[in-house]
Design a protein around this ligand. Structure first.
Ligand code: SAM
Ligand code: DTB
Ligand code: SF4
Length: 332
């Protein structure tokens, strides 16, 4: 029997129209985080099963198409030129190399190919080159995603024209903690790019990182930002900080794995129809924690030995884990 908890209901939108999205207050999300673990997992599974097959996980493979030398100062990032992390600045990868990596990802079972560039904001000639990559990868039968930094309207439209399916642009954390992590752009800059992506008709991939040193209210604040978007992101990556030597956050205290699982569950409950991606940090996570994340409603992962510059679990480890759990890969 389910315990006698009063389920936190998302407060209704104040404008009173039926089509208006449900709003989640930060307090309501904090209350969700505080629900007993078993009840939270049960609720997350219920919500998950209303919208998805509970035993199917979507696989995305990442490729860094332009590595390092980024002028931004994101305190977690090994690719910022401000920190000495041993990551050298490289030029944009040639099209042929990208296509080779995309074919390998497809052969190994990925259905989406995500290309990341360490740019603050791409130039128009970058958009043209990435547009060619997008069209060619899409022609191979893969979904496409890119993450290139801040976009202008015409750049988002050009990427849509090239056939781009998803744009990844993370809010990373709550508005009030953001300034402790990044000083070279504002939260509003991020929201503006997300609006441009949405307006261009590209699906939104937007999430954040836990373990940055945020408190519980701030963690709830990130989820509130995501869940309260007029249209919540179709894809919500939840990253566990990968601590990289040389970055200001290299010595951060790890968050309790069960708090990470809770974050996944709260994302699932507040964004029932979104793919919730168990993203960076799996290499440092044991199988049981990952299994709990899937139970909490995660239904997408990055699949491939590398994220952008740091390691991700080896493919055979993921294959074994999926076999143990009876998880199937989502087919295109
Ligand atoms: N430069 C672009 C941008 O910031 O939007 C695209 C690439 S950037 C590496 C993409 C995302 O990776 C960041 O927004 C952040 O959420 C995530 N990320 C970067 N370094 C990370 C780390 N050490 N641990 C976890 N997530 C990280
Ligand atoms: C996202 O949310 N996580 C990915 C992807 N979007 C681009 C990146 C994770 C990066 C982890 C550290 C690195 O390898 O650079
Ligand atoms: Fe640059 Fe993106 Fe890294 Fe920030 S997260 S330093 S914008 S590559």
């Amino acid at each position: 029997m389910e315990s006698q908890i009063t389920w936190v209901k998302p407060p209704k939108a104040t404008c009173g129209t039926e089509a208006a999205p449900q709003r989640w207050t930060v307090e309501a999300i904090e209350a969700l985080f505080a629900v007993p673990f078993m009840d939270l997992m049960f609720r997350a599974q219920q919500v998950h099963r209303e919208h998805f097959d509970a035993n199917t996980v979507q696989l995305s493979t990442l490729l860094s198409i332009k590595t390092g030398g980024c002028p931004e100062d994101c305190a977690y990032c090994p690719q910022s030129a401000k920190y000495d992390t041993g990551v050298d600045a490289e030029k944009l990868m040639p099209l042929e190399d990208v296509l080779q990596a995309a074919q390998a990802a497809k052969d190994k079972g990925a259905t989406r190919f995500c290309m990341g560039a360490a740019w603050r904001s791409p130039k128009d000639h970058h958009i043209e080159a990435v547009g060619e990559m997008v069209s060619a990868v899409k022609a191979m039968g893969l979904e496409t995603c890119v993450t290139l930094g801040m976009l202008k309207d015409h750049q988002a439209q050009a990427l849509k024209g090239a056939g781009l399916d998803y744009y990844n642009h993370n809010l990373d954390t709550s508005p009030d903690f953001y300034g402790d992590i990044i000083s070279t752009r504002t939260y509003q800059d991020r929201l503006d790019t997300l609006d441009r992506v949405r307006d261009a008709g590209i699906k939104v991939c937007c999430g954040g990182i836990v373990g940055l040193g945020e408190n519980e209210t701030q963690r709830a604040g990130l989820i509130a930002q995501l869940a309260n978007m007029d249209e919540p992101p179709e894809s919500v990556p939840i990253n566990n900080l990968v601590k990289v030597e040389g970055t200001p956050l290299a010595d951060n205290t790890d968050i309790d794995p069960l708090d990470f699982v809770r974050t996944i569950a709260v994302a699932r409950i507040t964004m029932p129809k979104s793919y919730v991606r168990l993203s960076a940090g799996r290499e440092q996570m044991n199988e049981s924690t990952q299994a709990l994340c899937f139970l909490a409603g995660a239904n997408s992962i990055f699949y491939g030995d590398k994220l952008l510059v740091t390691n991700n679990p080896q493919l055979d480890r993921d294959t074994q884990l999926f076999e143990k759990l009876g998880i199937k890969r989502l087919e295109n």
